[in-house]
Design a binder for this molecule. Structure first.
Ligand SMILES: Cc1cc2nc3c(=O)[nH]c(=O)nc-3n(C[C@H](O)[C@H](O)[C@H](O)COP(=O)(O)OP(=O)(O)OC[C@H]3O[C@@H](n4cnc5c(N)ncnc54)[C@H](O)[C@@H]3O)c2cc1C
Length: 415
C-alpha cells in the first residue's frame, strides 16, 4: 500500500519548522500546534520582539485572532477605528472618507501598536509551551538523503530535521530567495518615516479624533498620517502612530537636513501637528520603512510553504499586510486539519487564499501611486473624480468592504 493511501482520512502528526516570529509565524505556530503537530519556531532576534509602529487590524485580522481565542486580549489594548479620512493641502478639501460601517453597521477596524499584537500572540505561544530557537539567522534550507528539510543558520547550525518548513521570514526572506531564485520583489520608490509617540491617553494630541486614521496629502508626493494605536500592555501608556511619506532616495537628504527643517515642512502641511511633533526630539525616534511589492503565484515548492510577507508584500496603503499574514496562517491551519499529506495541504492553502490575495495585491498596486508617487494626474483624479464618486450608490458599501479586507466573492468564507 502506498503511504499516501495508508494515511488517507487520518490526521498525520508532523514536525514543522517555522522560520520567523512575526504575526504570520506566531499565528501559524498556534494553529498548527493546536492541530496536534509539533512546531519549532526559529528567529534571528535574541528575544523575539516586534519591529515598527502601529497598524490597523481589519475585521478579518480580528476574526483570525478570535479563532485563536485571543480577541478579548487584543481588544483590551487596541483602539476602535471608525473611518479613514484624508484632506488635500492647501485646499483642506476632504478627499478621502471611508467608513467601516458602510459595509455593515457596527463594523470597525482595531488600531494596535505592533508590540500589542506581538505580545498577545507571543504570550499564547509561551503558555502553550511551543519551542522557540532564538538568535538563529536562517540562511537557507537543506534536505539530506532522508528528504527532510533542515534550516541552515548563519551561525553554522542545522535546525531540524522537519517534515516541512514554513517560510514566515517577512518580505526580504532569504529562504524565498533560495527556493524561488528567479522571483524578485520590486522596491517601491516611496517608503515612510514612522514613530510611535507616547501620548498618555490622547491629551497630548488635542485636535485629533481618537477613532479615525487621519491623513493630509500634498499631491501624491507628500503625505502625513496620524493614528491612535492604544496600549502595549494593559498597564502601559497610550500611543499614537505618526507617519510621513518619503522617497527612498530622499532619506539621506532628510537625515542631513535636520529635524527642525523637516518639522517646518510637516507643520506647513498640517498645523495641528504642533503638539505631536513636539514629542519628537531625536531623529532616532523615527524609523524609515522601505516598501516593496511582490506576490508568489504558487506559495509552495517541495517541502517549503510560504506565508505572510514572505509570500506577498506591498505598501501599507490599504492596511492589509498583517491581516493577510493572519489569514494565511488560518488557511494553512485549516488545510492541515483536513489533509493527510503536506503537499495536499499546501495546495488547499494556496487555493483558499488565491482570490482574496490577488484582489488585494492588485488593488494595492493600483492605489499606491495614487498616494505615493510624483504623478500630478493621479492625485488630480483622486481629488476630483474618485472623491466625488464615493458618494454614488453602492460605492460606499464596496469601499467599506475593501477597507475591512472582506471583499470576497460569494462562496469564499473568511473566518
Ligand atoms: C511601516 C509599515 C506599516 C504597516 N502598516 C500596516 C497596517 O496598517 N496594516 C497591516 O495590516 N499591515 C501593515 N503593514 C504590513 C505588515 O507589517 C506586514 O504585512 C506584517 O508584519 C507581515 O508579517 P510577517 O509575519 O509575514 O513578517 P514580519 O512581520 O516581517 O516578521 C518576520 C519575522 O522573521 C524574522 N526574520 C527575518 N529574517 C530572518 C532570518 N534570516 N532569520 C531568522 N529570522 C528572521 C524577523 O525577525 C521577524 O520576526 C505595515 C508595514 C510597514 C513596514
Amino acid at each position: 500500500m502506498r503511504p499516501g493511501l495508508f494515511w488517507l482520512g487520518r490526521m498525520r502528526k508532523f514536525h514543522i519548522g517555522i522560520a520567523g516570529c512575526g504575526p504570520a509565524g506566531l499565528s501559524a505556530a498556534l494553529f498548527l500546534h493546536r492541530s496536534g503537530h509539533r512546531v519549532t519556531l526559529v528567529d534571528q532576534l535574541d528575544a523575539p520582539q516586534p519591529i515598527g509602529s502601529g497598524l490597523v487590524l481589519q475585521p478579518t485580522g480580528v476574526a483570525v485572532l478570535a479563532a485563536l481565542g485571543l480577541e478579548k486580549e487584543i481588544r483590551a489594548l487596541g483602539v476602535e477605528i471608525e473611518a479613514m479620512l484624508g484632506r488635500a493641502y492647501p485646499s483642506r478639501r476632504r478627499v478621502l472618507d471611508v467608513r467601516y460601517d458602510w459595509a455593515r453597521p457596527g463594523r470597525h477596524g482595531l488600531a494596535v501598536h505592533r508590540a500589542a499584537i506581538f505580545n498577545v500572540l507571543f504570550d499564547a505561544i509561551a503558555r502553550e509551551g511551543i519551542e522557540i530557537i532564538t538568535s538563529a539567522t536562517v540562511s537557507g534550507v537543506r534536505e539530506e538523503t532522508d528528504r527532510r528539510p533542515r534550516l541552515e543558520t548563519a551561525e553554522g547550525a542545522l535546525v531540524g530535521p522537519f517534515d516541512f518548513v514554513v517560510d514566515a521570514l517577512g518580505s526580504r526572506s532569504n529562504l524565498r530567495q533560495q527556493v524561488w531564485p528567479r522571483h524578485k520583489m520590486r522596491d517601491l520608490p516611496f517608503g515612510a518615516l514612522w514613530a510611535s509617540l507616547e501620548t498618555n491617553g490622547g491629551e497630548a494630541v488635542a485636535g485629533f479624533s481618537g477613532s479615525t486614521l487621519e491623513q493630509v496629502y500634498h499631491r501624491s508626493n507628500k503625505m502625513v498620517g496620524v493614528l491612535p494605536i492604544g496600549k502595549i500592555t494593559p498597564t502601559s501608556s497610550s500611543y499614537t502612530a505618526f507617519f510621513y511619506s518619503l522617497k527612498q532616495d530622499d532619506f539621506a537628504a532628510w537625515q542631513a537636513g535636520g529635524l527642525d527643517v523637516w518639522k517646518e515642512t510637516a507643520l506647513t502641511l498640517w498645523p495641528d501637528l504642533q503638539k505631536l511633533l513636539s514629542l519628537i526630539a531625536e531623529p532616532e525616534q523615527l524609523v524609515f520603512a522601505r516598501y516593496g511589492h511582490h506576490t508568489l503565484m504558487t506559495p509552495h515548492k517541495g517541502r517549503v510553504v510560504s506565508i505572510g510577507d514572505a509570500a506577498h508584500a506591498t505598501s501599507p496603503q490599504l492596511g492589509q499586510g498583517v491581516n493577510m499574514a493572519l489569514l494565511d496562517a488560518y488557511a494553512l491551519g485549516q488545510a492541515f486539519g483536513a489533509a493527510a499529506e503536506p503537499e495536499q495541504a499546501f495546495k488547499a492553502y494556496a487555493r483558499a487564499r488565491r482570490f482574496h490575495l490577488r484582489f488585494y495585491q492588485a488593488a494595492s498596486h493600483f492605489f499606491t501611486p495614487v498616494y505615493q508617487s510624483d504623478s500630478r494626474l493621479l492625485p488630480f483624479m483622486r481629488d476630483w473624480l474618485f472623491a466625488p464618486a464615493t458618494k454614488l450608490p453602492l460605492v460606499p458599501k464596496f469601499l467599506g468592504h475593501i477597507a475591512g479586507g472582506t471583499f470576497v466573492p460569494p462562496g469564499i468564507n473568511l473566518p
